[in-house]
Each structure stands twice: as C-alpha cells, then as structure tokens.
Design a protein. Sequence first.
Length: 421
Amino acid sequence: MPSNLVLITTAYPSSSVTEEVFVSPELEALSREFDRVIIVPLHRYGAASEVKGPGIIIDWSIADSLSSRCKIFKLPALCSRYVRRNYAKLLKSNDNLRQFISQSFYCMNVEICRRKLKRIISKYGLDTKSTVFYTFWFDYQAISLYELSKEMPLTFVSRAHGYDIFDHAAPNRPSYLRALAMTGMKALYPASREGERYLKDRYPGNDHKIHTRILGSDKDNPDYKAKCHDEESGMITFLSVARVSPEKGVTRNLEFVIQYAKVHKDKTVKWIHVGDGPEMNTLTQSCGKEAIPVNLEIELRGSLHNSAVHMIYHTEPIDWVMLFSDYEGGCPIAVSEAISYAVPVIGNAVGGIPEIITPDCGITVAHGTPPAEIVKKIDEMMSDRNAYLSMRETAHNRWKEKFSAGKLRAEFASELADLIK
C-alpha cells in the first residue's frame, strides 16, 4: 500500500517567511520516506513559491474556499452540533463576553477544518492506515484531526514552535480542546526542551507523547563562514532577524546599540535589522530621532526572503547577532543560522536560546538585563581577540554537529514514516 503524508501548514508555499524557512528543508527528506506528500495550506497569502519533488502535491482547496477567503461564510458553522456542544463549557470557563465569543470562533474553525480535511481524504482516496497527518502548528487543525479520528482511524502528529506552545500567547484557544487533541495524537514535537517541559507540565497524562525535535537550519555551503571586522578597523556590526513585535524585543536591540555606540564613541557601530511587524512604524520613528549617536548607523531592511538573509552573511562583516525575546517556544532559526555562519549570538536566556547558545559560542543574559550590562559583557569578550575568534569557530562547529537541518530533518522524516510501518 502506497504511503502518504498530509502536511497541514498555515500558508506555505504561499508567502509566509517563517514557514518557508521551516518547511522547505524538510520536504526532500519527507518525499524520500513517503510515496506522496500532500501539502495542505489553510490560507493563501500572496504569490506561492514553486515546490518541486517526487510525489509532492499542493492542495489549495481549503485556502481557496469561500470560508477561507471571506469570514462571513464561516458563520453558519457557529450553529453546528460540534460548536453548540462546546458552548456550555466555554460559558463556564470564561468570565467575559469577548473571550467567550473569541473561543466560540475558535471552535468554529475547528469544525470547518474538520469538514474540509474529511473531503481531502475522500478526494485522494487516502487509506488512513497508510497515511500520516502532520500539522506544523499545534493549533485548531490538530483539534480538527482529533475530531476526525472519531470517525475513522487516523495517525496524526503535530510540531509546536512558539505561540502554539504557550497558553498565554493565544488566549482565544480553549486549553481543554488541546488536552483532548493530545489524547488522540501519536506525538507532539516541540522545537525545544523548554517547550517540552512546559507542555509536559500542562498535559501530564500524555507526557510520554511529547518529544523535542529541533528544526535546525540549512545553507548551500556548510563550510562557509561569515567575515568579521578586523580589530584595527574601528567598526562593529550587529545583525538581528526577527518579527518587529512586542515579544521579539526588537526595540531592546535599539536600546542596546544606542548604549554601545555611546560607550564606544571611537567606533563606527552598525545595526542591520531584518523583519517587519506591528511595531515597525514605532521602531522607524525611534531610529530617526536626534538621540541616535552620530557614530551609529541603522539599516531597517524590512521583511526579506530567507535567501536574502543568507546573502547578508556573504556580503557584510557580521560581528554579533542579537535576539532579546520575551519568550521563545523553540530554538530560533535566526540563532541557528547565525552560528552556521560562525557568528556568535547575544540573547536573552529564554526558551530554546540557551539550548543553542552555550558560553563558548555566545552570551546569554537574563531577561531585563540593562543595556549597559550587556555592553560590558560584549566588551569583555571582544577584549581578547583570540577568545573571540575561538568563539566564532566553536559556534560554527556546534551548528555542524547539532543544528544542521539536513541530518535533523532526515531523522524526523524517518520517524514519521515508522508510525505506519
């Protein structure tokens, strides 16, 4: 019997910077293990990238449906048996009307997704005994698969990365529904040990199903290392790659580079940021104020394709990468990419960051550490040129040994295939 994998994404292969970085390196490994890989995006955002590979099919039926393109067509599902069955629990667990409405709409999405996934099973004539359903996010689609498993035998798993790990990141998500989904799924794969610990605490009855599976990162030439500035150049460049949103702490990057430039008036300090988001306008305005030191150059490059991020490491001397997040559910791709180019990282000791950045390949600080203290830690490392260069070499070696996506994704694809053998 031919083996199938149904991969449910938010929008990939349409424009979704985060998912593209996550999913693309995995497809080749998945297509080696399964006869067919059916990618099912739930939404279509802009143009879709070309996806090639043996047995890979893109099914846009959910993304292009009326209910995905126009929310008003979802509303009848609020009267469905499934949603009505949840109303009593939602009323009991919510103390305000807005939260009740928000979680009711979440249940509505569960029901709509369940119906559409059932049609996809029929459309491709999938034998569910030889099919693995794999959702890239532990969100409503995982709960839809649980509900569908009441009608037919299903083998389904989910990854979990950040907002889909922590309950506080999505208050519209009823936690009891995630607990139910855990009872039906074969495995849940958080992208960091910190995420694994959190989920095991939340779902103790199913903690044996929760296993860390790191994503890692990939690049064309594994041996290539980015350049850094010469000690005599009087220049230093910091790079950050993150969504410009409160939890990613990009405004703290600005506070840090301002402090660094003030302390080192004799240096030309450059900060390159890649990423966009809801705080971009505020950040842009802050970067244009008179308080910016004259020796600080700031480049806000906005959202870039991942290939353009890699090009920065080839064309710019990068001395440090920064990430001062409030929380991280996984081991951030931006950090993994940094060490793959032999660039040390300075970041908050949250989520999976300390799992990548050990003291010999970067610096982690407690959340809320003042910029002046962070500058001192950078200066301490930079004062010993040999130690700094050794840190760069160690960072690169650590990536090759533990965070290279090629090996990690091949092992993960094989693990998924074993679920139906």
